[in-house]
Every structure is written in structure tokens, then in C-alpha cells.
Design a protein around this ligand. Sequence first.
Ligand SMILES: [Zn+2]
Length: 93
Amino acid sequence: MQLIPCPWCGDRDEVEFHYGGQAHLVHPADPDALSDEEWAGYLFLRDNPKGWFEERWSHAAGCRRWFTVVRHTVTHEVRGSHRPGERVAVSAS
Ligand SMILES: [Zn+2]
């Protein structure tokens, strides 16, 4: 069992959450201006670091809010979480 820290509800079992992929992706301001290759890149290409990574999670079985979790992709250690609009520095280690 892994605990995920919901910024509103506190630590809860991971089974209560839904993983939403990489955090802080910016929707293109003018999607019609993108080539098919650029649009495919926006839709499908994601960073895949070996280390700390900011991910979107939804507390699906709780408050149902989306937020960001800072998680290590190798050890699965969770450094913390934050609400939308907040940013935290993530070490490259
Ligand atoms: Zn919650």
C-alpha cells in the first residue's frame, strides 16, 4: 500500500486515486496552427525521467479534485503534493 497525500484530505491509500500522467502540460493556444506531427507530440509524447517527476492525480474516491504529486519514478517515494496553480521545485537527482 502506498499513501498519496491529497492536499485537501491528507494521506489516503493509493487505491482511492486515479493517475493522470505528467503534470503542467500546457494546452496549445491555437491548436489549428499546429502540424499533425506537433499535435501528436502534444497528445502523446511525455517526459519519462528516472527520478523525481511531477504527476497529476485525482482523488477519485474522495474529494474528486485534481492535484500534483511529486514522486520518484524508481523508488516510488512521494516528496509531497500541491494544489493546481502551485509549483514546487523538484530536484534533478
Ligand atoms: Zn481529496
